[in-house]
Design a binder for this molecule. Sequence first.
Ligand code: PMV
Length: 318
Amino acid sequence: MKQITVSAPGKLILLGEHAVVYGKPAIIVSVAKRCFVTLTPRNDKTIKIVSENQDQVLDYPEFIISKTLEYFHKKLTLGFDLSINSQIPINGGMGSSSALAVSIAGAVSLFLGQKFDKEKINAIAYLAEQKKHGNPSGGDNSTCCFGGLVWFRKETPDLKIISQLPFNIHEKITNNFLTIFTGTPKESTKEMVNIVEELYKKRPKFIQSIFNRQESLVRELLPALKNGDEDVIIKCIRQSEKNLEHLGVVPPFVKLGIQKIEKIGGAAKICGAGGRTKGGGILLAYHKNRKELETLLEFHKFDFSPITLASEGVRQEL
Ligand code: PMV
């Protein structure tokens, strides 16, 4: 049997984080940073997992393999070597664990002689993610699996709408985005969600009005991405960032950095849970002239990298 390589993209929350916890919609997008998994069949029963990413904990890959076997009601007669090489930063809010779950589920499915069925791969990845994260929405693994733009909304605790959008980001703007790493947040996602909850309890009307504004921005951003309407994209990112600041999830030094980007005509926002005291995680930045933004970021020694959004979902590499 031949070697099998499968890859899956990471993801970013384009807009709607935190409000999504309260039933508002969010847009999640796949990114052109991928997790590659290569499976090489062995002649004995051993399963050997090697990761080129030093901070990768290997019990999660083991768990994903066992979930895939369980899903297809299969037992292994022969083992394999599994090597992991991911371009997605770990714990950076870019879906590193979801992309890993999706790519391992894909590679092991093929090894078991199954069809490359994205629905099934996604179902396995979700089972694995539930074990890792407790009660994840399923939006992350779905985005890493199907790729492109995903509309996500939790209607009730038992009903979630996770829908791959039937269009892509307009190609003229897809290369104008950058990500900026502002440092790993000291607070976990759970802590940040709790901070917002406390605020909601104290000032329900004000916080609800912010969530309502976030929903309007999500709905406005969607057609702007499709049509490549840069002015609307910049407006939506700027306004959503201000709303996130009101929620207290943007650390002070990150706010200052964002102001510098806005001064030269760009826009930036945190993506994900954010932070309070130290890092704010990944920022998504947009400028009509990416070079101009890069010059500013280089001058201030920001840790940035260009990012192509809405890349292809899980695939078998040939
Ligand atoms: O930083 P991430 O990728 O874990 O995103 C968190 C997004 C929140 O809306 C803050 C929480 C959630 O469960 O949706």
